[in-house]
Design a protein around this ligand. Structure first.
Ligand SMILES: Nc1ncnc2c1ncn2[C@@H]1O[C@H](COP(=O)(O)OP(=O)(O)OP(=O)(O)O)[C@@H](O)[C@H]1O
Length: 682
């Protein structure tokens, strides 16, 4: 095997060293970098020849049954790479690809598809590979992670949630181990030492935000050391030496640091991690126990807010995103109000009232948050996850707590913050994959200097989108869903009912109970075993009701009979503002060559057509049932609105990035600082 590696290296004259990645970053503009990567990734002949050659080499590697064979090969590639061989070097790519094919075959008994290798090569060059849902992106991430781990500086593999990070790490660690590459997993409950151990591994898995928060924590440690009085480090060092602690105490800063630098990040579901999530910055804060000093003020504001009248005392923006007081409202809340001059005011009195109005009018229980164990816990609607350790900033959390009548926690103190855009741009190499990246192409190029390349599908897709069901009221919609579920269930096919929020999932669950149908509910509020529910969701006759917890990234595997019967049927109970989230949910069916169907439901009083784009709701009311053409027009209007929502979100992110460019990437507030973006904090 080593001979095979040697011979292929010799077959190519070693190319003159291209400028290293770090040099690239410094000397080339982002645009130039993007076009270089575009050149690298748009040479189909080059990809094809690597695939062909590596396949035959992989056969040799697989036939070599010695335990250390693949690991020796990795050592060889490490030397080759450390000699300055660039990441686009063809022999390097061919040998690494062959090793990965062989390792996957040995450890998982799977043969990597050409499209998976293609995507892996694209990602390894710092680009985004768009590969349709269910085509096998998880395995595509092995090759780029392996290639970049060869320098020994650590590769971070980021994805959307802790659950997916754990799943992928557990699934792929055997493949990496057979290659002689170590893996680590970021665990939200881990100690400092455990986190450091995870980062010491060649490849570290974790949710996208965790890498950013650990970076902020390291920066805080570094700042504390930097702020220590001049000479104190030397004095401490001398004292340690005199105590014989020299080695142990050396580099205390490094000992407290978690990360080893930001060498390379491979991001799965990259449009979620780098685009959707980037709407709010990462904000690290410290919390304290007990009750907030201004708890009574929040309760008083809540009482007053419930007596205020819309369009008289306050106004709400048409999209229900903002609330502001009118001048009458302003006068009213300040007239004869003892709270306005209270000793514990942390902000002007009217701000408390606006917060209370927002909590009361804009935030919904079981949609934006849940109340559990007498605490308010935030729900991330696009992943369906509940984050018990996060809170809203600038008094909003407390206003929601007051609205729910639970204990008002003290406001957290901001310690450090960074936008996700800025954080991910610091990586020496950044690449990733998603099933829905193409329509964020411009943002990837502009913000991250990354081109997006679409990977052809391996097989003709067997997914069948059934005609949309459009009705006037939610009542009609739920009745139609119940009929749909009954008829598909009679065929014994598995069904996934995807809801936008927890409240909706509970409503569907109640309907199914009334119909006497057995089902599983996955919405984060039960102590259900998520992996077990997903494992059972593809069996014949299974009905699963789930929030977006079963969306993006979830792999529902079908049993043989379910495949014969037509595969999984997905029901979209309501449209998301972003079409990509809908497409991800639909992507749970017809994966990897299996058959499957999906139906989207829409009623005029759903949030998107009634609140966000009311003209669509009116159009449904007016035109529904008139002709097939009118239905198509409603559909077109909806798609257009989803596009403009995406555009608006992109503009907000660009604005955020511009403001961030003006600020330092880290701030240490001395007093209260307003978080301009209303972000979640940890
Ligand atoms: N080379 C392969 N041979 C056989 N099965 C494979 C192969 N690669 C992936 N699969 C299977 O295909 C299914 C889908 O894979 P995976 O979950 O990685 O898809 P995905 O592209 O990440 O989907 P999504 O976009 O929804 O996250 C899994 O059940 C996986 O085991």
């Amino acid at each position: 095997m080593i001979r095979a590696a040697q011979s292929i290296i010799q077959r190519y004259t070693l190319p003159k060293r291209l400028s290293g990645e770090s040099q690239d970053r410094n000397s080339l503009t982002r645009t130039a970098m993007a076009s270089r990567r575009a050149r690298l990734t748009s040479r189909p002949g080059w990809i094809t020849s690597i695939i062909t050659e590596s396949r035959s080499l992989a056969d040799e590697l697989v036939n070599d049954t010695s335990v250390t064979g693949l690991q020796e090969n990795t050592n060889r590639l490490r030397h080759y790479r450390l000699r300055g061989t660039p990441i686009d070097d063809q022999p390097l790519l061919t040998l690494a690809t062959a090793a990965v094919i062989a390792a996957v075959r040995r450890s998982l008994s799977l043969n990597l598809f050409d499209v998976q290798i293609h995507a892996g090569l694209v990602v390894s060059q710092g680009a985004v590979a768009e590969m349709q849902t269910g085509e096998g992106k998880t395995l595509s991430g092995i090759l780029p992670a392996y290639l970049h781990s060869l320098l020994g500086r650590g590769v971070h593999v980021a994805t959307t949630t802790d659950y997916l990070a754990k799943r992928d790490c557990e699934k792929l660690s055997a493949v990496f181990a057979s290659l002689g590459v170590t893996t680590g997993l970021l665990n939200p409950n881990a100690s400092l030492l455990e986190t450091q151990t995870a980062y010491q591994a060649d490849v570290t898995y974790g949710p996208g935000h965790a890498f950013g928060f650990d970076y902020l924590r390291d920066r805080l440690v570094q700042q504390q050391h930097d702020r220590a009085p001049t000479g104190s480090a030397t004095l401490a060092h001398l004292a340690d030496r005199s105590r014989g602690n020299d080695r142990r105490q050396q580099g205390a800063r490094q000992q407290e640091s978690r990360q080893r630098g930001l060498h390379c990040a491979i991001v799965d579901e990259i449009d979620h991690v780098l685009i959707d999530d980037a709407i709010s910055p990462l904000l690290l804060s410290s919390s304290s126990d007990g009750e907030a000093a201004d708890a009574n003020i929040h309760f008083a504001a809540k009482e007053l807010a419930t007596s205020l009248q819309q369009d008289v005392d306050f106004q709400m923006s048409p999209d229900r995103q903002k609330i502001s007081l009118t001048s009458d409202g302003y006068d009213r809340i300040y007239s004869d109000c003892p709270m306005a001059t209270h000793d514990h005011l942390a902000r002007p009195w009217h701000e408390y009232v606006v917060l209370a109005l927002r909590a009361n009018r804009l935030f919904r229980r079981d949609v934006d948050y849940i109340v559990k164990d007498d605490t308010v816990q935030i729900v991330d609607t696009s992943t369906g996850r509940i984050y018990a350790d996060r809170s809203w900033s600038d008094g909003l959390q407390q206003a929601v707590e007051a609205a729910e009548g639970v204990r008002i926690t003290p406001e957290t103190k901001s310690l450090a913050s960074i936008t996700r855009q800025r954080f991910y741009r610091m990586y020496g190499t950044l690449g990733g994959m998603s099933g829905t990246a193409a329509n964020c192409k411009n943002e990837f190029a502009k913000v991250y200097g990354m081109p997006v390349q679409s990977i052809p599908t391996r097989l003709e897709p067997k997914r069948k989108l059934l005609p949309d069901v459009i009705v006037k009221t939610q009542e009609e919609k739920y009745a139609a869903i119940a009929r749909d579920v009954k008829s598909i269930h009679q065929q014994n096919r598995p069904i996934l009912i995807g809801t936008l929020n927890i409240a909706q999932s509970q409503h569907i669950a109640q309907l199914l109970c009334e119909s006497g149908l057995r089902f599983e509910l996955l919405n984060g509020t039960q102590d259900a075993d998520e992996a077990a529910i997903i494992a059972a969701a593809g069996r014949c006759g299974a009905i699963t009701v789930a929030t977006n917890m079963a969306g993006r990234g979830t792999d529902i595997q079908l049993d043989e009979q379910a495949i014969q019967l037509g595969g999984l049927h997905v029901i979209l109970v309501e449209r998301h503002r972003l079409a990509r989230v809908d497409r991800q949910l639909i992507g749970r069916c017809a994966r990897c060559g299996d058959p499957g169907t999906a139906t989207k439901y829409l009623s005029a009083d759903d949030t998107l057509p009634s609140v966000i784009a009311p003209w669509i709701g009116r159009s449904i009311e007016r035109n529904l049932g008139r002709s097939k053409r009118s239905t198509l027009e409603i559909e077109r209007a909806l798609r257009k609105e989803q596009q403009s929502q995406q555009k608006r979100a992109a503009e907000t992110r660009m604005q955020l990035l511009k403001s961030d460019d003006k600020l330092q990437d880290l701030y240490m507030p001395t007093g209260r600082q307003t978080d301009p973006f209303g972000c979640c904090q940890l």
